[in-house]
Design a protein around this ligand. Sequence first.
Ligand code: FAD
Length: 127
Amino acid sequence: AALSPCPPDREELGTHSWTLLHTMAAYYPEQPTDEQRTAARAFIDSLSKLYACTHCAEHFREEIREDPPRVESRAALSVWMCKAHNRVNSMLGKPEFECVLEKLDRRWRTGEAHCHNGLADDHYEAE
Ligand code: FAD
């Protein structure tokens, strides 16, 4: 979808941020190195301090204090991100997503039959 030429409101920033976060989790390594784990933790921690919706950021900081990011594998991070998003969904009265890797992959990585192939051609290993 085309981006609005206007600055994002809370909803627009939220949708695009979740796209980045769930996609990052969907493509996170199955067996991350220590450096990748540290980077994932630092990314999420920084986001919770710098996210431009400040009350959202404050809420997110509380969430990650209570349930720290699971960075040990692609599956763990994908499910953790889903649960984090569900806590916001439930606070806002939005439906919850079933946090099962297969469903998360279908939404954020492999796609349904009608979808273009996402990042499938974008394998940087081949470059
Ligand atoms: P979104 O909630 O943006 O979801 C986008 C898409 O993600 C959905 O269409 C669905 O396909 C998929 N999805 C939904 N749930 C899940 C899940 N659990 N796992 C995987 N995929 C899923 N807004 C506030 O008003 N108050 C807040 O405190 C607040 N905190 C936020 C904190 C963070 C870190 C972020 C990134 C956003 C926050 N937001 C907050 C914004 C809010 O979560 C929504 O993004 C916004 O309300 C727009 O909602 P939406 O209906 O477009 O769908």
